[in-house]
Design a protein around this ligand. Structure first.
Ligand code: RET
Length: 283
């Protein structure tokens, strides 16, 4: 390869990877992508339908954040399905999958598009949760910055081929950023939801989010990027199922609560309502 050529510029093309995934023999892997395109599409339609009558600015802000989670998701899974955000990457010496071959190339199939697109989807999950808890933008944007840091360092962990130690060092960095987010959710937002009056909903969303999000680093560690005891299709289904819980289940629970526009959700003049603390209604 040319001097400076990156791992992503060598190896199979998107067309070859598409053929590898969809050309038969990898049906399980292919389904783990396609099922989520369908679910994200249905969720988008559901939000547009259920959210059409929202009038309060804060309810609308939450519904918009929820919508954007699925907008990112459908794009993410389209990237994986098309082969564009997949690569065959050689693991460093000492890695359990070092020396593996995939689609006739040496290396393992890395779904790096997942880590890339979490950078854009997870902030919207945190914006929705923070708004539901009644938190302030300082804390919400802090969690957004840390989730972006977590996802980008997670991407670095997946793509680093120079050394096994550095792959796991990226993993440690990413996990540290993750713990900051967990702290804000469990401590700050739990207390704020109590004051706001949304603690019933928040308790459920918190449980699904914290437990669900812990599944991702566990899968990473057990999957082909980590100690490689789970194969690519199982790892991919693991992420796809976690996505269903942390995105679509969370979305529908939150949405079915806010469509009633209870007093605890409406944000008053801070969010552009004309009467402070009340909802703007046109009926
Ligand atoms: C990685 C590996 C490095 C260590 C950690 C990770 C955490 C990932 C998480 C992802 C959550 C994704 C969601 C996506 C929904 O769209 C990057 C796997 C801590 C928590 C909720």
């Amino acid at each position: 390869p040319a001097v400076g050529a990156h791992a992503l510029q060598t190896g199979p093309t998107d067309a070859e990877l598409f053929e590898y995934v969809f050309g038969g023999g990898n049906t399980l892997l292919a389904l783990s992508f396609v099922v989520n395109i369908a679910l994200a599409g249905l969720t988008i339609l559901g939000i547009v339908y259920l959210g059409r009558s929202l009038t309060d600015p804060r309810s609308k802000a939450i519904a918009t954040a929820l919508l954007l989670i699925s907008v990112v998701s459908i794009s993410s899974y389209t990237g994986l399905t098309s082969g564009l955000t997949l690569s065959v990457i050689e693991m460093p010496a000492g890695h359990p999958a070092a020396g593996a071959t995939t689609a006739g190339e040496s290396g393992v199939l890395v779904m790096w598009g997942r880590y890339l697109t979490w950078t854009f989807s997870t902030p919207f999950i945190l914006i929705a949760l923070g708004l539901i808890a009644g938190s302030n933008w300082t804390k919400i944007l802090t969690t957004c910055a840390f989730t972006i840091a977590m996802c980008v360092t997670g991407l670095a962990a997946a793509l680093t081929t120079s050394s096994l130690v550095l792959r796991w060092w990226w993993f440690v960095l990413s996990s540290t950023f993750f713990l900051v987010i967990v702290y804000v959710i469990l401590v700050d937002w739990t207390a704020e939801a109590e004051r706001t009056g949304t603690s019933d909903l928040f308790r459920t969303l918190k449980l699904l989010t914290v437990v669900g999000w812990f599944g991702y680093p566990i899968l990473w560690a057990l999957g082909v990027e980590g100690i490689a005891i789970l194969d690519v299709a199982i790892t991919s289904w693991g992420y796809s199922i976690l996505d269903v819980i942390t995105k679509y289940v969370v979305t529908f629970l939150a949405l079915s609560y806010i469509v009633d526009e209870p007093e605890s959700i409406t944000g008053g003049s801070d969010y552009g309502a004309t009467l402070p603390g009340s909802r703007v209604s046109d009926d």
